[in-house]
Design a protein around this ligand. Structure first.
Ligand code: AVJ
Length: 318
Protein backbone atom coordinates (compact mmCIF):
# COMPACT_ATOMS: atom_id res chain seq x y z
CA UNK A 1 0.00 0.00 0.00
CA UNK A 2 1.20 3.46 -0.81
CA UNK A 3 0.60 5.94 1.97
CA UNK A 4 1.39 9.60 1.53
CA UNK A 5 4.29 10.56 3.75
CA UNK A 6 2.90 13.17 6.11
CA UNK A 7 5.38 15.20 8.10
CA UNK A 8 5.54 13.99 11.72
CA UNK A 9 3.43 16.05 14.15
CA UNK A 10 5.53 19.04 15.20
CA UNK A 11 4.62 18.77 18.91
CA UNK A 12 5.82 15.16 18.89
CA UNK A 13 9.17 16.11 17.37
CA UNK A 14 9.49 19.05 19.79
CA UNK A 15 8.77 16.76 22.77
CA UNK A 16 11.16 14.00 21.74
CA UNK A 17 13.98 16.45 21.08
CA UNK A 18 13.59 18.33 24.36
CA UNK A 19 15.55 17.53 27.51
CA UNK A 20 14.52 15.17 29.00
CA UNK A 21 12.69 13.76 25.98
CA UNK A 22 8.93 13.84 26.56
CA UNK A 23 5.84 12.55 24.82
CA UNK A 24 2.84 14.91 24.41
CA UNK A 25 0.01 13.12 26.21
CA UNK A 26 -2.41 13.08 23.28
CA UNK A 27 -0.32 10.28 21.70
CA UNK A 28 -1.41 7.98 24.52
CA UNK A 29 -4.93 7.81 23.13
CA UNK A 30 -4.98 5.84 19.91
CA UNK A 31 -7.69 3.15 19.72
CA UNK A 32 -5.70 0.68 21.83
CA UNK A 33 -4.65 3.40 24.27
CA UNK A 34 -8.26 4.47 24.80
CA UNK A 35 -9.20 0.85 25.53
CA UNK A 36 -6.30 0.42 27.94
CA UNK A 37 -7.29 3.63 29.72
CA UNK A 38 -10.80 2.22 30.15
CA UNK A 39 -9.20 -0.85 31.74
CA UNK A 40 -7.14 1.38 34.03
CA UNK A 41 -10.31 2.97 35.37
CA UNK A 42 -11.41 -0.48 36.58
CA UNK A 43 -8.15 -1.28 38.39
CA UNK A 44 -8.43 -1.62 42.16
CA UNK A 45 -5.33 0.59 42.57
CA UNK A 46 -6.66 3.43 40.41
CA UNK A 47 -9.10 5.53 42.45
CA UNK A 48 -9.67 8.85 40.60
CA UNK A 49 -12.23 7.42 38.20
CA UNK A 50 -14.48 5.88 40.86
CA UNK A 51 -14.09 8.90 43.13
CA UNK A 52 -15.23 11.24 40.40
CA UNK A 53 -18.07 8.96 39.35
CA UNK A 54 -19.28 8.93 42.96
CA UNK A 55 -19.18 12.73 43.15
CA UNK A 56 -21.08 13.10 39.88
CA UNK A 57 -23.75 10.67 41.08
CA UNK A 58 -24.04 12.27 44.48
CA UNK A 59 -24.04 15.91 43.39
CA UNK A 60 -25.49 15.62 39.87
CA UNK A 61 -28.76 17.29 40.81
CA UNK A 62 -26.95 20.26 42.30
CA UNK A 63 -24.54 20.47 39.37
CA UNK A 64 -27.44 20.47 36.93
CA UNK A 65 -28.91 23.55 38.61
CA UNK A 66 -25.58 25.34 38.15
CA UNK A 67 -25.47 24.69 34.40
CA UNK A 68 -27.36 27.49 32.58
CA UNK A 69 -30.68 26.29 31.09
CA UNK A 70 -29.70 26.33 27.42
CA UNK A 71 -25.98 25.82 27.79
CA UNK A 72 -24.15 23.58 25.41
CA UNK A 73 -22.31 21.05 27.57
CA UNK A 74 -18.94 20.41 25.94
CA UNK A 75 -16.82 17.58 27.25
CA UNK A 76 -13.09 17.63 26.62
CA UNK A 77 -11.78 14.10 26.16
CA UNK A 78 -15.14 12.37 26.54
CA UNK A 79 -13.64 8.85 26.40
CA UNK A 80 -16.29 6.20 27.00
CA UNK A 81 -18.69 8.75 28.58
CA UNK A 82 -19.96 6.51 31.37
CA UNK A 83 -19.38 9.27 33.92
CA UNK A 84 -20.88 11.86 31.62
CA UNK A 85 -24.05 9.82 31.27
CA UNK A 86 -24.76 10.40 34.97
CA UNK A 87 -24.55 14.15 34.57
CA UNK A 88 -26.73 14.01 31.45
CA UNK A 89 -29.29 12.07 33.50
CA UNK A 90 -29.37 14.86 36.04
CA UNK A 91 -29.72 17.43 33.26
CA UNK A 92 -32.57 15.49 31.65
CA UNK A 93 -34.32 15.36 35.01
CA UNK A 94 -34.10 19.13 35.42
CA UNK A 95 -35.12 20.45 31.97
CA UNK A 96 -36.90 19.62 28.73
CA UNK A 97 -35.06 16.83 26.84
CA UNK A 98 -34.80 19.16 23.82
CA UNK A 99 -32.87 21.70 25.93
CA UNK A 100 -30.06 19.26 26.72
CA UNK A 101 -27.26 19.54 24.20
CA UNK A 102 -24.01 17.66 24.54
CA UNK A 103 -20.82 17.93 22.48
CA UNK A 104 -18.02 15.43 23.00
CA UNK A 105 -14.52 16.30 21.80
CA UNK A 106 -11.89 13.57 21.67
CA UNK A 107 -8.76 12.82 19.64
CA UNK A 108 -9.78 9.18 19.36
CA UNK A 109 -12.48 8.18 16.85
CA UNK A 110 -12.83 4.90 18.74
CA UNK A 111 -13.51 6.80 21.98
CA UNK A 112 -16.16 8.90 20.19
CA UNK A 113 -17.93 5.79 18.92
CA UNK A 114 -17.97 4.52 22.48
CA UNK A 115 -19.30 7.89 23.73
CA UNK A 116 -22.14 7.62 21.23
CA UNK A 117 -22.97 4.03 22.23
CA UNK A 118 -22.90 4.84 25.93
CA UNK A 119 -25.14 7.91 25.65
CA UNK A 120 -27.68 6.13 23.43
CA UNK A 121 -27.81 3.17 25.80
CA UNK A 122 -27.80 5.03 29.09
CA UNK A 123 -29.65 8.21 28.14
CA UNK A 124 -32.44 7.08 25.81
CA UNK A 125 -34.33 10.34 26.51
CA UNK A 126 -31.54 12.42 25.05
CA UNK A 127 -32.61 13.21 21.46
CA UNK A 128 -30.08 12.14 18.81
CA UNK A 129 -29.94 15.80 17.74
CA UNK A 130 -28.70 16.59 21.23
CA UNK A 131 -25.42 14.70 20.71
CA UNK A 132 -22.53 16.04 18.64
CA UNK A 133 -19.13 14.40 18.39
CA UNK A 134 -15.98 16.14 17.29
CA UNK A 135 -12.75 14.29 16.51
CA UNK A 136 -10.08 16.85 17.35
CA UNK A 137 -7.72 18.02 20.04
CA UNK A 138 -9.37 20.18 22.70
CA UNK A 139 -8.54 23.62 21.33
CA UNK A 140 -9.24 22.87 17.70
CA UNK A 141 -12.50 21.16 18.62
CA UNK A 142 -13.58 23.96 20.91
CA UNK A 143 -12.95 26.62 18.28
CA UNK A 144 -15.06 24.62 15.83
CA UNK A 145 -17.88 24.28 18.39
CA UNK A 146 -17.72 28.00 19.13
CA UNK A 147 -17.96 29.04 15.50
CA UNK A 148 -20.78 26.58 14.79
CA UNK A 149 -22.72 27.92 17.82
CA UNK A 150 -21.92 31.63 17.93
CA UNK A 151 -24.64 32.51 20.46
CA UNK A 152 -24.53 29.54 22.82
CA UNK A 153 -23.27 29.63 26.39
CA UNK A 154 -20.78 26.83 26.82
CA UNK A 155 -20.24 24.74 29.91
CA UNK A 156 -16.98 22.84 29.66
CA UNK A 157 -16.63 19.48 31.34
CA UNK A 158 -13.02 18.61 31.94
CA UNK A 159 -13.09 15.45 34.00
CA UNK A 160 -10.76 12.69 35.06
CA UNK A 161 -8.06 15.05 36.37
CA UNK A 162 -6.70 15.30 32.85
CA UNK A 163 -5.53 18.79 33.76
CA UNK A 164 -2.89 16.91 35.76
CA UNK A 165 -1.12 16.05 32.51
CA UNK A 166 -0.01 19.67 32.23
CA UNK A 167 3.00 20.98 34.07
CA UNK A 168 2.81 23.76 36.61
CA UNK A 169 2.27 27.05 34.79
CA UNK A 170 1.23 25.24 31.61
CA UNK A 171 -2.04 24.13 33.16
CA UNK A 172 -3.39 27.60 33.93
CA UNK A 173 -2.27 28.90 30.57
CA UNK A 174 -4.01 26.05 28.81
CA UNK A 175 -7.17 26.49 30.87
CA UNK A 176 -7.20 30.22 30.08
CA UNK A 177 -6.77 29.38 26.39
CA UNK A 178 -9.72 26.99 26.53
CA UNK A 179 -11.96 29.58 28.16
CA UNK A 180 -10.84 32.23 25.67
CA UNK A 181 -11.72 29.88 22.79
CA UNK A 182 -15.06 29.00 24.40
CA UNK A 183 -16.13 32.62 24.93
CA UNK A 184 -16.96 35.14 27.62
CA UNK A 185 -19.45 33.52 29.97
CA UNK A 186 -18.04 30.02 29.83
CA UNK A 187 -18.02 27.95 32.99
CA UNK A 188 -15.90 24.90 33.64
CA UNK A 189 -16.60 21.77 35.67
CA UNK A 190 -13.14 20.51 36.51
CA UNK A 191 -12.12 17.22 38.13
CA UNK A 192 -8.83 17.12 40.02
CA UNK A 193 -7.08 14.27 41.80
CA UNK A 194 -5.63 15.02 45.22
CA UNK A 195 -2.19 14.41 46.65
CA UNK A 196 -2.03 11.18 48.69
CA UNK A 197 0.33 8.78 50.38
CA UNK A 198 3.36 8.03 48.16
CA UNK A 199 2.77 4.29 48.15
CA UNK A 200 -0.85 4.73 47.13
CA UNK A 201 0.15 7.11 44.33
CA UNK A 202 2.89 4.77 43.14
CA UNK A 203 0.57 1.77 43.03
CA UNK A 204 -2.07 3.74 41.09
CA UNK A 205 0.40 4.08 38.21
CA UNK A 206 2.30 0.82 38.67
CA UNK A 207 -0.57 -1.62 39.05
CA UNK A 208 -0.05 -5.30 39.77
CA UNK A 209 -1.69 -6.39 36.50
CA UNK A 210 0.67 -4.20 34.43
CA UNK A 211 -2.12 -2.41 32.57
CA UNK A 212 -0.67 1.07 33.13
CA UNK A 213 2.71 -0.08 31.85
CA UNK A 214 1.05 -1.40 28.68
CA UNK A 215 -0.82 1.90 28.31
CA UNK A 216 2.37 3.94 28.57
CA UNK A 217 4.42 1.68 26.27
CA UNK A 218 1.56 1.68 23.76
CA UNK A 219 1.72 5.49 23.67
CA UNK A 220 5.42 5.34 22.81
CA UNK A 221 4.79 2.71 20.14
CA UNK A 222 1.98 4.81 18.68
CA UNK A 223 4.34 7.77 18.42
CA UNK A 224 7.04 5.63 16.79
CA UNK A 225 4.47 4.34 14.30
CA UNK A 226 3.57 7.89 13.32
CA UNK A 227 7.27 8.55 12.89
CA UNK A 228 7.57 5.36 10.78
CA UNK A 229 10.30 4.16 13.09
CA UNK A 230 11.49 0.56 12.59
CA UNK A 231 11.26 -0.12 16.37
CA UNK A 232 7.58 0.85 16.54
CA UNK A 233 6.54 -2.77 17.03
CA UNK A 234 9.62 -4.07 18.84
CA UNK A 235 8.48 -6.33 21.68
CA UNK A 236 9.93 -6.01 25.16
CA UNK A 237 12.05 -2.98 24.26
CA UNK A 238 10.99 -0.63 27.06
CA UNK A 239 11.53 -0.62 30.81
CA UNK A 240 8.89 1.22 32.80
CA UNK A 241 9.41 3.29 35.94
CA UNK A 242 7.06 5.35 38.10
CA UNK A 243 8.47 8.21 40.15
CA UNK A 244 6.44 9.98 42.83
CA UNK A 245 7.82 13.52 42.77
CA UNK A 246 6.65 15.20 45.95
CA UNK A 247 8.41 18.49 45.30
CA UNK A 248 6.46 18.96 42.07
CA UNK A 249 3.26 17.32 43.38
CA UNK A 250 3.28 14.91 40.49
CA UNK A 251 3.59 11.28 39.53
CA UNK A 252 5.93 10.72 36.58
CA UNK A 253 5.77 7.82 34.16
CA UNK A 254 9.11 7.13 32.48
CA UNK A 255 10.32 4.53 29.99
CA UNK A 256 13.83 3.71 28.85
CA UNK A 257 14.91 1.40 26.02
CA UNK A 258 16.83 -1.81 26.79
CA UNK A 259 19.06 -1.08 23.79
CA UNK A 260 19.83 1.97 21.67
CA UNK A 261 16.95 3.35 19.61
CA UNK A 262 18.61 5.21 16.74
CA UNK A 263 17.06 8.24 15.12
CA UNK A 264 13.93 8.34 17.24
CA UNK A 265 13.51 11.47 15.19
CA UNK A 266 16.10 12.07 12.48
CA UNK A 267 19.39 12.96 14.11
CA UNK A 268 18.27 12.22 17.70
CA UNK A 269 18.80 8.79 19.26
CA UNK A 270 17.96 7.31 22.65
CA UNK A 271 20.77 5.36 24.30
CA UNK A 272 20.09 2.15 26.25
CA UNK A 273 18.72 3.21 29.64
CA UNK A 274 18.12 6.83 28.59
CA UNK A 275 14.86 8.01 30.04
CA UNK A 276 11.84 9.32 28.20
CA UNK A 277 9.14 11.09 30.23
CA UNK A 278 5.88 9.79 28.81
CA UNK A 279 3.31 11.27 31.18
CA UNK A 280 3.03 13.38 34.29
CA UNK A 281 -0.01 13.30 36.52
CA UNK A 282 -0.09 16.30 38.83
CA UNK A 283 -1.99 16.13 42.09
CA UNK A 284 -3.82 19.04 43.67
CA UNK A 285 -4.92 20.57 46.95
CA UNK A 286 -7.80 23.03 47.42
CA UNK A 287 -5.16 25.75 47.64
CA UNK A 288 -3.33 24.77 44.45
CA UNK A 289 -6.63 24.56 42.57
CA UNK A 290 -7.63 28.03 43.73
CA UNK A 291 -4.24 29.35 42.58
CA UNK A 292 -4.57 27.60 39.23
CA UNK A 293 -8.05 29.04 38.69
CA UNK A 294 -6.83 32.49 39.64
CA UNK A 295 -3.95 32.33 37.18
CA UNK A 296 -6.43 31.34 34.48
CA UNK A 297 -8.72 34.28 35.28
CA UNK A 298 -11.31 32.05 36.96
CA UNK A 299 -12.71 31.59 40.45
CA UNK A 300 -13.82 28.44 42.23
CA UNK A 301 -17.55 28.97 42.66
CA UNK A 302 -18.24 25.65 44.38
CA UNK A 303 -16.44 22.42 45.01
CA UNK A 304 -17.38 18.91 46.00
CA UNK A 305 -14.80 16.59 47.44
CA UNK A 306 -13.89 13.20 48.79
CA UNK A 307 -10.67 12.87 50.81
CA UNK A 308 -8.69 12.20 47.63
CA UNK A 309 -10.57 13.88 44.80
CA UNK A 310 -12.47 17.05 43.96
CA UNK A 311 -14.86 18.41 41.41
CA UNK A 312 -15.23 22.16 41.07
CA UNK A 313 -17.25 24.67 39.20
CA UNK A 314 -15.07 27.49 37.89
CA UNK A 315 -16.47 30.81 36.68
CA UNK A 316 -14.77 33.71 34.97
CA UNK A 317 -13.46 36.17 37.58
CA UNK A 318 -15.11 39.56 37.27
C1 AVJ B 1 -6.71 10.65 32.48
C2 AVJ B 1 -4.70 11.84 32.52
C3 AVJ B 1 -6.03 11.79 34.44
O1 AVJ B 1 -3.10 10.88 34.93
O2 AVJ B 1 -4.37 9.62 36.13
C4 AVJ B 1 -3.89 6.85 34.19
C5 AVJ B 1 -4.16 9.01 32.82
N1 AVJ B 1 -2.19 7.51 33.07
N2 AVJ B 1 -2.89 5.99 34.39
C6 AVJ B 1 -4.04 10.10 35.06
C7 AVJ B 1 -3.44 7.82 33.36
C8 AVJ B 1 -1.86 6.38 33.69
C9 AVJ B 1 -4.91 9.77 33.85
N3 AVJ B 1 -5.57 11.00 33.32
Amino acid sequence: MCQPKLPPPSDLVAGLTSSPPTLPCRFLYDAKGSQLYSQITDLPEYTPYRAELGLLKEHGTKLATLIPPHALVVELGCGDATKTSHLIHSLLASREPGAVRFVGIDVSAEALRQTDRTLRERCPDLPAAGIQLVEADYLTGLRAVRSANPDATLCLLWLGSSIGNFGEGEASEFLAGLVAAAGGDTRVILGADGWKDRGVLHAAYCDAAGVTERFIVNGVQHALRLLRHPDARAADLWDYEVVVNERRSQVEMWVSPKRRVSDIVPGVSLEAGEKLLVEISRKFTPLSIAALADQAGLVVQESWRTPGYSLQLLLPAV
